[in-house]
Design a protein around this ligand. Sequence first.
Ligand SMILES: *[C@@H]1O[C@H](CO)[C@@H](O)[C@H](O)[C@H]1NC(C)=O
Ligand SMILES: *[C@@H]1O[C@H](CO)[C@@H](O)[C@H](O)[C@H]1NC(C)=O
Length: 544
Amino acid sequence: MAFTILRLALALLVAAVSTQALKRDGRALGSASLRSPLHRVEVEDPKTVTHTDGTALPPYDTVYYFDQLIDHSNPDLGTFQQRYWHTYEFYEPGGPITLFLTGETNADGFYGYLTNGTFPGQISQQQQGASIVLEHRFFGESNPYSDLSESSLEVLTIQQSIDDLEYFARNVNLPMPNGANLGPDKAPWILVGGSYGGALTAWTMVNKPGLFYAGYASSAVVQASTYFWQYYDIIRQFMPQNCSADVQAVIERVDATFTSGSSAEIDDLKNNFGLQDMTHLDDVASALRFNFGSWQDLTPYSDETTGGSAFFDFCDALEVKDGVSSDENGWGLEYALPAWGNYWKTTYYPSICGGANAEDCLGTYNPNAYTSTAVDNWVRSWEWLICNEMGFFQDGAPSGTPTIVSRLLSPVYEERLCTYYFPNKFSTATDPRADATNTAYGGWDLNVDRLFFANGKRDPWRDATTSSDSHTRESTGLMPVAESDGFHCTDLISEAGELDDTVRAVQQQALSSLAAWLGAWQPAEQDESERRGRRRSAKFSPGR
Ligand SMILES: *[C@@H]1O[C@H](CO)[C@@H](O)[C@H](O)[C@H]1NC(C)=O
Ligand SMILES: *[C@@H]1O[C@H](CO)[C@@H](O)[C@H](O)[C@H]1NC(C)=O
């Protein structure tokens, strides 16, 4: 895959994501927590797919539909069409079926995850398997009902989404030779996902023991939590330290002024960022955390030199004075405050709000702004999942811990939005059922055989993964936990492994674990004599 093409695609994607992420129901996003996590991977010629034996196969972008149950606890309600993409370019009889979960996004354009430009595609190539990319219920065009009203969303739960995977695996008639006879009792299925999709991978293997033979969970956020301040704490620790120091100084001033400054001091500070028209101080404080949102989009191929990231533009604005960078202590508040303000007014605000009024663009207090129930609105569907079951509200650190985000922001800020989106479900700001989710699916303490966890040291979501600083899981042979220097879901991209040895090492370790596990696979429902006769041998060719 050409480098430049991928980079261009990513640049376009990041642009698309920021527009989408910053507009909800025609207004700006009030919570910086909402970014669609997976990078799309461009395929140079999606129309031309050839089996390793030379046969022409359907294009990667062919859309297939599966009749999925609307409600697994009430099958009489019927079915809806769930979209998926599929190829068997590397498949040989006996090979595995790799099922990739796109999670909380419209899966259009994610067929790149069928190809060996991504890790799930590498699994299929190495193991001579077939590949599937499956859209999550209530995202994109996979909708049980024609709207995202609260009554429709009652069947948007983690458990229904897990049940979808079982029903799909057991009943799908795959568009390939013998495709009706490749269920998980006849072929080893490998579940793969990143971020929430990675958590779903792990939670499914906990909830449906033995259904999926093996799994690969990238940056899997297995531990739900309401108050997820650690998200920004990872960024604080791993961002350029001069920028981190100066941001902390500015935020300390913001908090002191907004909690106990005079009204003239408060007005001055709002003016500094050109946000004098905003009504609510917590909205002003929230807007400032938008500058850190692009950190999770970083990859080994987006750094300062490749001009890939808004994050570095932001830090350069604070730290480069007359062509000179500050040392690791930063320039201090007196320089950083106006420098950040200037960057906001001249560069950042126009990029996210254009010419719009600040209250219209960034304010979150108008309950009427969240009422659209049109389908294919990933922000609304994701809000439903986090407001109910996961939380992950990314706020300021508790006092006593350094912070790059205002302490005015606590889960109540996001829970208020839940009451606007779903007024019948949440009449008051309520904590999500994160504890119940962790109890049901194991959280940090889950144990499952043949599940590989791939995490990134600089991933802002790392504290919700099995590589959390506060709850690091020991890596074992049957549940390996591997950490690269990467960011969020970095290891899902093949090219990231070509550029970063630590990412490559994780990918290679996972490929050998999977090869060893698959070598021992046996079909479930055969008697012992048949089983002995048909045992597969491992298909593993180390290196590339
Ligand atoms: C993908 O497969 C092709 C051959 O089909 C190979 O040339 C290429 O190196 C592979 N890429 C990766 C990243 O494994
Ligand atoms: C200081 O900031 C500049 C500009 O963002 C960055 O390139 C550099 O790595 C930083 N240096 C330190 C020591 O933090």
